[in-house]
Ligand binder design. Structure first.
Ligand SMILES: Cc1cc2nc3c(=O)[nH]c(=O)nc-3n(C[C@H](O)[C@H](O)[C@H](O)COP(=O)(O)OP(=O)(O)OC[C@H]3O[C@@H](n4cnc5c(N)ncnc54)[C@H](O)[C@@H]3O)c2cc1C
Length: 309
């Protein structure tokens, strides 16, 4: 196996796949290393309505098309690959994985974000972070949704569509933070109860059932409810553990990049939700992926012209 590439992209979400399209079209030998299967968080979006050229498209369909496009253009994609170590000093960057060591002179980090886990020690297979992935088994059952932002309310509506019997949705703030359309649809639904200023104070697991104690932070009152499953949407954290101490980050762990997406390490670029920035959307991740790949290509060209001088 030849493990030498010109460009390696870590992460096969929309940012990484977009970078791969640009890398492959620039005739760079391009590899994507993806920990799971490609698509990233967009795979969780039931219906995307703000992607130019598609009035409505499911996240999975969109991402399959983008992946196919990157592959047809010549990018190599390796999925279910676990990176164990990286070495970014020197001109040749090394990435050690369970499938061997890969090398390239330019690397784009596009590892995105992951949901923040429920901060309670509970041993349960019924705590989930994505309704589109795990919701179908809760048909006819009662579920608890934690978090009243766009993700929580959106997935609550998805779960209702999947046929769950009832939903209790809790939000720690005194109001929901989701868009008005989702709030209106949820509030109007007879099988949905919304509890604001409410947090989980404990969970007891008995077989498939969960007895969840909820506490109202304003009144101090508690109540215990039964839930077949718990879907959690309390925010997301950048996937940057591998790069700590190597790439400069902000105080929340997002990687800093300049306007060409280059990080503090020469030849290492950053793209997508994992980058320190204000807005995190598909289109902004694609913007980052485009710029990072173009800048990586220019960087590789400059190395080649230096070596011929
Ligand atoms: C439910 C939901 C609905 C959304 N709806 C919309 C919408 O309608 N419109 C919109 O514009 N945006 C939407 N978003 C936001 C959008 O999905 C993200 O902004 C976008 O997916 C970010 O792309 P990304 O490539 O930066 O990161 P991600 O999509 O998170 O992809 C990162 C990839 O990197 C991989 N990875 C992580 N660590 C490693 C590692 N160590 N090694 C290898 N691979 C790794 C991950 O497995 C993942 O595949 C939604 C998000 C969610 C959760």
């Amino acid at each position: 196996m030849n493990s030498d590439y010109e460009l390696i992209i870590i992460g096969g979400g929309i940012a990484g796949l977009t970078a791969a399209i640009y890398g492959a079209r620039a005739h760079l030998k391009t590899l994507i290393l993806e920990r799971q299967t490609c698509g990233g968080l967009a795979n969780w979006a039931v219906e995307i309505e703000n992607f130019p050229s598609h009035e409505k498209i499911s996240g999975i369909t969109l991402m399959e098309r983008v992946k196919t496009q990157a592959e047809k253009l010549g990018a190599e994609i390796r999925e279910i690959v676990e990176i164990s170590a990286i070495q970014f000093n020197g001109q040749s960057k090394r990435i050690e994985t369970d499938e061997g060591t890969f090398q390239a002179k330019a690397v784009i980090v596009a590892t995105g974000r992951e949901p923040i886990r429920l901060p309670l020690e509970v041993d349960s297979d019924h705590i989930h972070y994505c309704a589109i992935c795990d919701g179908s088994v809760y048909r006819g059952r009662d579920v608890l949704v934690v978090g009243g932002g766009n993700s929580g309310t959106g997935d609550a509506l998805y779960l209702l569509n999947q046929g769950v019997r009832t939903i209790i949705l809790i939000e720690q703030m005194d109001r929901l933070l989701a868009n008005q359309a989702s709030q209106k649809a949820l509030c109007a639904h007879p099988e949905v109860t919304i509890l604001t200023s409410t947090e989980i104070s404990g969970i007891a697991v008995k077989g498939k059932d969960h007895w969840v104690t909820l506490k109202n932070s304003r009144t101090g009152e508690t109540q215990t409810i039964e839930a077949g499953g718990i879907f959690v949407y309390i925010g997301q954290a950048p996937q940057t553990g591998l790069f700590k101490g190597i790439l400069e980050m902000d105080d929340q762990g997002y990687i800093l990049g300049d306007e060409t997406m280059e990080t503090n390490v020469e030849g290492i670029f950053v793209a997508g939700d994992v980058r320190h920035k204000t807005y995190r959307q598909l289109t902004t991740a694609m913007n980052d992926g485009t710029i990072a790949a173009l800048a990586a290509e220019a960087y590789l060209r400059s190395l080649r012209s230096d070596s011929t001088k």
